[in-house]
Ligand binder design. Structure first.
Ligand code: SF4
Ligand code: SF4
Length: 128
């Protein structure tokens, strides 16, 4: 990861089918803890690396600020994702044998041309 869907989301359904790895859950999906916005699974999102030049979800999204950068889903940010899980910000999948699919279990590709500062500031993906 990843990208993050914010409260700016207007639930328009333009993004989910664009995702090449089915990382986006709509507001009615039981695994989505939010009923007022879509949700990106950080343990699944690959930032469209190997699929497209730009994140497809953000290209399809009509709402500025609805899809923003989040931290890479790598072991450097293991504690960040654990804290987010505890806060209810994420709902990371729990595998029967492997346990929670944290970055230490399976890290994901990310775009290294996006700075950590821009990720920390949750900059709008569409502006890059
Ligand atoms: S950045 Fe790509 S892989 Fe990640 S949620 Fe958006 S469309 Fe899916
Ligand atoms: S395209 Fe944007 S506004 Fe529409 S559901 Fe996805 S994140 Fe929300």
């Amino acid at each position: 990861m990843s990208v993050l869907i914010t409260d700016e989301c207007i639930i328009c359904d333009a993004c989910a089918l664009e995702c090449p790895v089915a990382a986006i859950l709509d507001d009615s999906n039981e695994k989505n803890l939010n009923d007022s916005k879509y949700y990106v699974k950080p343990e699944t999102c690959v930032e469209c690396v190997g699929h497209a030049d730009l994140p497809r979800c953000a290209e399809a999204c009509p709402t500025e600020g609805a899809i923003v950068w989040d931290m890479p889903y790598t072991t450097d940010y293991e504690e960040y994702y654990i804290a987010g899980q505890e806060e209810g910000k994420y709902n990371i999948r729990v595998h029967k044998k492997k346990g929670m699919m944290l970055p230490s279990v399976k890290s994901k590709p990310f775009r290294d041309d996006i700075s950590i500062e821009d990720r920390e500031a949750h900059m709008n993906v569409g502006q890059f």
